[in-house]
Each structure stands twice: as structure tokens, then as C-alpha cells.
Design a protein around this ligand. Structure first.
Ligand SMILES: Cc1ncc(COP(=O)(O)O)c(C=O)c1O
Length: 382
């Protein structure tokens, strides 16, 4: 049976070069990076070199990068520390954020009583920038804005320069979850007014369980995890050296091949859009994900005209035909709940129909797209 992986927004296939680097570090550089002997120093070297490389790609200082277990931990650290240490009393976010932000904000709200405002979302998945401005204008307390750069379900790209400038004008702190953008877009934080970001390696062909937070220098954040002096005391615990080295290699390769891979994947996305339009009457592209100016090239999210009685088994049907994709985002699969993002964007009528996210990588081909669209077409018509 043909096997097709269209779920790279959930996680990506690890590049062979990344695996080779990780195996070599596991074998050769297994010392504890806090040890002062040669084994320890070799391990430490991987960590500090990775920190410098990341800093160079993102246009920040190496000391502003803190390694974490991934995007979720980075989001949690930033949000919790900001409210605890920076006297933030008002968080402005949106209802289409990843749960790593949304659930964290809700937990902080119920525990501390801070005010949380949600910026309005337009039907094309963009935020209402004027509403954001009015929320900032009317806030007489220290505000903290948390808005993701690229939405993981529908792909909408935030106008991060505009939000950064608005935050600067209003003296508000700005956190942007960049889990779906770093490694896929050039991100130069020296040019954007952003104070904090969260990044995860498994979204750019690196290993799972590793990522980092960018925390602007002199931000005033204090540690949340206590123990040893790792990460300058900011995040205690022996570092995952092989994962950090794997992330280094993955990020290096992503940026080295960024333009050619972006071009290739953009063509795949366009081919998917064209083939769906040609073969499936009534297909809809959620949140204008077919608009290449405002949506990431790495995914599409489509509402399919599947007869009501078969809607519930579409994903199962794709799966038994070897096609891996997602309903909303993978973080929800199994929970049985609909997507909180689509709930904010789609009409009640479209919410009744199945929506599927197909997300891509350099490992996909046009043949896989043709095969997938044929499977969907037969399923609808049979
Ligand atoms: C936008 C976004 N933020 C955060 C996360 C969580 O990252 P991690 O899996 O590294 O914890 C994800 C993963 O799906 C994501 O897509």
C-alpha cells in the first residue's frame, strides 16, 4: 500500500544528517556538560555552539537563548514568569492560539485573577489589528500580548512587525509562539520588536523533546525550575546534549536549504490547491489558506463536501489508504473534540462538514497529492 505523510505541522521526519549527528554525540560525547573534564567539556561545547548558531540565525545574543524540552515548555515558562516577575496584570491573546498558550493563560487567569482579553479574529484567520490597538489603548495596566507567528491549524501568518510596533507604542510586552515559523521562514528578531518567543525542533526535521525560548536581555524573568546551574541557573537539569546537537544540525540544514525547499513546497501546495479545485466541486479553503500572501506555504486546511453520513469516517478512510493527515491539529486527535481554531473561524454550516489539514515537507511529491485527491474524490462519490 502507498504511504503518504501529510502531517508535517504535527511533526516532521527527522533528516538523516540529524540522526547521524545525534548518534555520534550519544556515542562519543556522552559526558555530563557540567563536568570539568574533557568529556564534559566536549558535551558543553555542543551546547554553547548550538546557542551561538541559533543566536546568529535569529539575530539575537547567545545569552538570550534558553534550551527547553520544546515549544510547550517555552510558552509556559515565558507566560508564567512574565505574570509572576514583571507585574503583568493584563494578557491579550487570541482564541486561535495553540493550547500551549491558551491553556496556560487560562490556568494563570484562574490562579492569579489577571485580566485576559481576546483579540477578535476575522473569517480569513487574521487578527483584527484595530481591535488589538483598542485593547492596548484602553488598558491602564501593564499589558502582555501573546500572538503566534504562524497558526498551526490554518496557516495564517501574523503581521508581526505591525504587532511589535503596536506593543512598543503602548509599552506592552510581546511574546510570539514561533513554533511553526522558525526553520520555515527567515526570522530576524533584531528587526522585530518581540520580547519572547518559543521554538520547537521537531517542526523543522529535528528531534522531539527539545526547543528553546528566546528571552530578551534584561527582561527581568526569573527561574521557574530550580536545581543546578544549567542555563545560567535559569532552567536547571542536565542538558539533553544529543537533542541540542540534533536541533543545531536541523536548523543549520533548514536555513542552508531554505529557499530551494520553500520553492519546492510552495509548488506542492499550489498543485494540491489546483487539483482539489479541479476534481472536487465545492471544496473550501479554510481561513484563506489558499492565499499565499497571508498563509504559510507548509499547509492547507480544507473543508470537504462529504455526504453527512460519511463525514465521521473520512480520516479513518484516508488512514486505511495510507494517508496521514490531521483533523484540525494533531494535538487534539483522540480527544474527540472539534478544533477550537475552526470554531472561531468557520460558519456553523461549514463546521458540520469535515475539515482536514494537510501539511507538507520536502519529502512529499506531486504524485502523493494526485493519489490523495483521487482517494478523496472516490470516497465522496462512491
Ligand atoms: C504553534 C505551536 N506551539 C506549540 C507547540 C508545542 O510544541 P512542542 O510539541 O515542542 O511542545 C506546537 C506543536 O504542535 C505548535 O504547533
Amino acid at each position: 500500500m502507498q504511504k503518504v505523510y501529510f502531517d508535517s505541522a504535527a511533526t516532521t521526519e527527522v533528516r538523516p544528517e540529524v540522526i547521524a549527528k545525534m548518534v555520534s554525540v550519544l556515542k562519543e560525547d556522552f559526558g555530563n556538560p557540567s563536568s570539568i573534564h574533557g568529556y564534559g567539556r566536549s558535551a558543553k561545547n555542543h551546547i554553547e555552539q548550538t546557542r551561538k548558531n541559533i543566536a546568529k540565525y535569529l539575530g539575537v545574543k547567545a545569552s538570550e537563548i534558553i534550551f527547553t524540552s520544546g515549544g510547550t515548555e517555552a510558552d509556559n515558562i515565558v507566560l508564567n514568569s512574565a505574570v509572576r516577575d514583571l507585574k503583568v496584570k493584563h494578557v491579550i491573546t487570541s482564541k486561535i492560539e495553540h493550547h500551549a498558550v491558551l491553556h496556560t493563560v487560562q490556568e494563570i487567569e484562574s490562579r492569579t485573577g489577571i485580566t485576559v482579553s481576546y483579540v477578535n479574529i476575522n473569517t480569513d484567520g487574521t487578527i483584527d489589528y484595530e481591535h488589538l490597538e483598542s485593547l492596548l489603548d484602553s488598558s491602564d495596566e501593564k499589558s502582555f500580548v501573546s500572538l503566534m507567528h504562524v497558526n498551526n491549524e490554518v496557516g495564517t501568518i501574523l503581521d508581526i512587525d505591525r504587532v511589535g510596533s503596536l506593543c512598543k507604542e503602548h509599552n506592552a510586552l510581546f511574546h510570539s509562539d514561533m513554533v511553526q515559523s522558525v526553520g520555515h521562514f527567515d526570522v530576524d528578531l533584531s528587526k522585530i520588536h518581540v520580547d519572547f518567543t518559543a521554538v520547537s525542533a521537531h517542526k523543522f526535521h529535528g528531534p522531539k523533546g527539545i526547543g528553546f525560548a528566546y528571552i530578551r536581555k534584561n527582561s527581568g524573568l526569573k527561574p521557574l525550575i530550580f536545581g543546578g546551574e544549567q542555563e545560567r541557573g535559569y532552567r536547571a537539569g542536565t542538558e539533553s546534549v544529543h537533542n541540542i546537537a540534533g536541533m543545531d544540525e536541523a536548523l543549520r540544514l533548514s536555513y542552508e536549504h531554505l529557499e530551494e525547499e520553500k520553492k519546492y513546497i510552495k509548488e506542492l501546495k499550489q498543485h494540491f490547491i489546483d487539483t482539489l479545485k479541479n476534481k472536487i466541486e465545492g471544496v473550501k479553503f479554510n481561513a484563506s489558506c489558499n492565499n499565499s500572501d497571508q498563509s504559510t506555504y507548509t499547509l492547507i486546511n480544507v473543508c470537504l463536501p462529504v455526504p453527512e453520513e460519511k463525514a465521521g469516517i473520512l480520516l479513518f478512510h484516508l488512514d486505511i489508504n495510507g494517508i496521514a493527515c490531521s483533523k484540525g491539529s494533531a494535538c487534539q486527535s483522540g480527544s474527540g473534540k472539534g478544533s477550537h481554531v475552526l470554531t472561531e473561524i468557520l460558519s456553523d454550516e461549514d463546521l458540520q462538514k469535515p475539515s482536514v489539514r494537510f501539511s507538507f515537507s520536502k519529502y512529499n511529491t506531486k504524485e502523493e497529492i494526485d493519489y490523495t485527491v483521487d482517494v478523496i474524490k472516490k470516497f465522496i462519490e462512491e
